[in-house]
Design a protein around this ligand. Sequence first.
Ligand code: CP3
Length: 344
Amino acid sequence: MMQPRERFLNFLSHQEIDRPPIWLMRQAGRYLPEYLETRKKALSFKNLCYDPELACEVALQPLDRFDLDASIVFADILNLIEACGIPVEFQDNVGPIITQPFRHTNDCDKLKPFDHQLDSVLKTIQLIRNNAPNRGMIGFIGSPWTLACYAVEGKITKDLKHIKALLYSEPETLRHLLDHLTIAATKFAQQQIDAGCDCIMIFDTWGGYLPYNLFNHWSLSFQQKIVQSLKPHPVFLFTRGSHSYLNKIIDTKPAGICIDWTCPLDETLKRCQANNIILQGNFDPSLLLATPNKFASIIDNTLNKITNHNNYLPSLGHGLMPHIDPSHVALFVEHLKAYNWQLS
Ligand code: CP3
């Protein structure tokens, strides 16, 4: 049997593997009772993000429970906004709140250059690496567009009215913010690699809300800059709701892409294989609300339609949610591990 890290690294470099590596978005989180325990100890989500010992503890919990192949660093994409001079609070049952959002040209003066503000996260990375030397490790950043959505909106909204107003009325101001965030995110991602991460994921949660013709200009082009700067280190791109943009994303040739459940798996995998790109996804996380027999047969039906599973990392198309039963997650992971993968 291969060691998980060897499996993960071989997979990233397109070398031989016994089965695809498995990890899940938001694998550490509120659906796990042990996470809730540690979070209580930390007193707040933010303390948890900035406490290397406790953050390492929660990052390792899903590895211990499900024997996953890779950890994802425990932190939040919004820590970087705070590091750039825009404070963020996390309210229970509400989500992130920015009381002084970035809305106008004069807010540009508030932006701080990113340097060593997130060294505690780098410390977490070193602890995870030391405590789980045999597992892969994924670092992450938010895409500049998605970070800007939070910085400008100040909270989760469905209409993105403030950032869209800025985009159409003061595009130079928005560009200034995105350039600033791109420099910060590139630097932070490089620091994560230097601290021991094997690859970087860019989360573009709000990219799917851009008009089709503006996606490249306001989101993908900034992600591409980051991908170029981090080369030869592998970067995965995840845009939620990316269905109609897939060709544009594939054309930028990142090491990997992650797709949600709105995209066709078999067709997208063929396109990725032709371009030597890894594809991660795309089961609906709510599938885990079905009975294990039911979701196992849906998984088999989906995977059996594919004749060649090369370059495919089977996973969910977005993060695990607090109401998902951890015993279902265990059966999901077991089922994927035991599947008869067609690899060449
Ligand atoms: O296990 C992991 O995936 C690692 C840690 C991680 C978290 N957030 C922890 C978290 C990662 C990689 C993220 C990324 C993140 N954060 C994204 C991009 C991916 C995505 O989900 O689309 C976004 C948009 C955020 C911003 C964010 N953080 C929101 C909108 C929220 C509130 C919504 C919610 O689910 O509560 C958070 C909070 C958050 N980030 C929690 C966790 C475990 C819950 C906080 C808690 O314990 O109360």
